[in-house]
Design a protein around this ligand. Structure first.
Ligand code: ADP
Length: 446
């Protein structure tokens, strides 16, 4: 069994992993940059090691420093959280070479799914429906034009190495294609050092629906239902809910089984998410994430399963603690990502938190690493907490969410709480009637 886990991350997710470890009787090691000395994950962990200066490249992405921290503390496993090194196959390999367990899938699967062109081809062969588009990558302008005309405009030009909504451009018409291709290509080259591109049909008003999967090394594979992450700004998720208001039980079971079979045949290990766009009753695969996701708590809320605990069990070679037959979905959950940003302009708002009161009560979970007196450093992303609310049905969940948003106090910095307070009273949100462009259209109107 794993005895000591080094948590190669910061903020709320570092705390989330720490909590799972403690419940399992596992010791924890926090690593941190000099900017995060006073962070909650550092305070709570059994041990902590400073791994570098504020810049993430020199600290949270600094592989030699993290390996050294493992050796100094005797950690026998590393949990990467999300972001940073969580989808870095090389990191997984280096850990293996040092006899340290990577709490995540195999390096081969990380590599495969990290290349979105290879991922799409692979899952298509495994029976998962994909967005119509180029079969593989496009190399020349002529090829891009031919493929786009075949599938019909508008099209979306995407980078094989893309992530976080970068390296992606819409071409509404034929005239726009080459400019979109060239811009996306140079953006991808700069951001990822890889300019391989592919083309997809641009779907008009789809929902973003993703399926949570989990598999162990004993042949157990399960899906844990879906999350609806259609409320997005700049292709980034803002609010997530489970189950999706757009699916009925039959549709859920059908896509769940397709995904479960595919994951089983892939020989996948650990937790993962298969992301789809959903339009007119059809699912279209867009990518697979080979890690724990920010929005995993909504799945935990409706299934009662601790995904981090399962990740650790699987990495230790144990069986998952449940099978597909044991999975029961109960009620409805919604997560709001609370960012230290202006609620209208989304300008980051680092600084000192003067006052902090988090809501509580039945069905309320707050995952956050901040506290009164904490100084939010300007170097990292602006997520400062997640509010997750669970109710017996969607309506109860919404009523509870309204109550908790009104109770939440964060003073001293701007936060996105006022945006959520508006959203929970919007008829479309109350009816579950929204798609991936709804939020940007709403922000343009208001
Ligand atoms: P990333 O890895 O950068 O997050 P994804 O492929 O997951 O990229 O897509 C992110 C978001 O971009 C999706 O949730 C959706 O809003 C939008 N998107 C992606 N592909 C398409 C498409 N073919 N048509 C319309 N929107 C898309």
């Amino acid at each position: 069994m794993i005895e000591k886990v080094l948590i190669a991350n910061r903020g709320e997710i570092a705390l989330r992993v720490h909590r799972a470890c403690k419940e399992m009787g596992i010791s924890t090691v926090a690593v941190h940059s000099t900017a995060d000395e006073n962070a909650m994950h550092v305070r709570l962990a059994d041990e902590s090691v400073c791994i570098g200066p504020p810049s993430a490249t020199d600290s949270y992405l600094n592989i030699p420093a993290i390996i050294s921290a493992c050796e100094i503390t005797g950690a026998d496993a590393v949990h990467p959280g999300y972001g940073f090194l969580s989808e870095n196959a090389r990191f997984a390999e280096i850990l293996a070479a040092h006899d340290i367990t990577f709490i995540g899938p195999t390096a081969d699967h990380i590599n495969l799914m990290g290349d979105k062109i290879a991922a799409k081809t692979t899952v298509k062969d495994l029976g998962i429906p994909v967005v119509p588009g180029s079969d593989g990558g496009v190399t020349t302008d002529e090829e891009a034009m031919r493929v786009s005309k075949e599938i019909g405009f508008p099209v979306l030009v995407k980078a094989a190495a893309g992530g976080g909504g970068r390296g992606m451009k819409v071409a509404p018409t034929e005239e726009d294609l080459l400019e979109a291709l060239h811009t996306a290509r140079s953006e991808a080259k700069a951001a990822f050092g890889d300019d391989a591109m592919y083309i997809e049909k641009y779907l008009g008003e789809p929902r973003h629906i993703e399926v949570q999967v989990i598999a162990d090394s004993h042949g157990n594979v399960a899906h844990l239902g879906e999350r609806d992450c259609s409320l997005q700004r700049r292709h980034q998720k803002v609010l997530e809910e489970a189950p999706s208001p757009a699916l009925n039980e039959a549709a859920r079971a059908k896509i769940g089984e397709i995904v479960r079979n595919a994951i089983g045949n892939l020989g996948y290990l650990g937790v993962g998410t298969i992301e789809f766009l959903y339009e007119n009753g059809e699912f279209y695969f867009i990518e697979m994430n080979t890690r724990l996701q920010v929005e995993h708590p909504v799945t935990e809320a409706i299934t009662g399963i601790d995904l981090v605990r399962e990740q650790i069990r699987i990495a230790a070679g144990l069986e998952m603690s449940f099978t597909q037959e044991d999975v029961e979905f109960s009620g409805h959950a919604i997560e709001c990502r609370i960012n230290a940003e202006h609620p209208k302009t989304f300008t980051p708002s680092p600084g000192t938190i003067r006052g902090f009161h988090q809501p509580g009560g039945l069905g309320v979970r707050v995952d956050s690493g901040v506290y009164a007196g904490y100084r939010i450093p300007p170097y990292y992303d602006s997520l400062i907490g997640k509010l997750i609310v669970h109710g017996r049905n969607r309506n109860e969940c919404l009523m509870r969410l309204r109550r908790t948003l009104n109770e939440f106090v964060i003073e001293g910095v701007d936060t996105t709480i006022p945006l959520f307070q508006e959203l929970v009273n919007e008829p479309d949100i109350m009816n579950g009637d929204y798609h991936i462009h709804w939020l940007e259209e709403f922000l343009d109107r208001s």
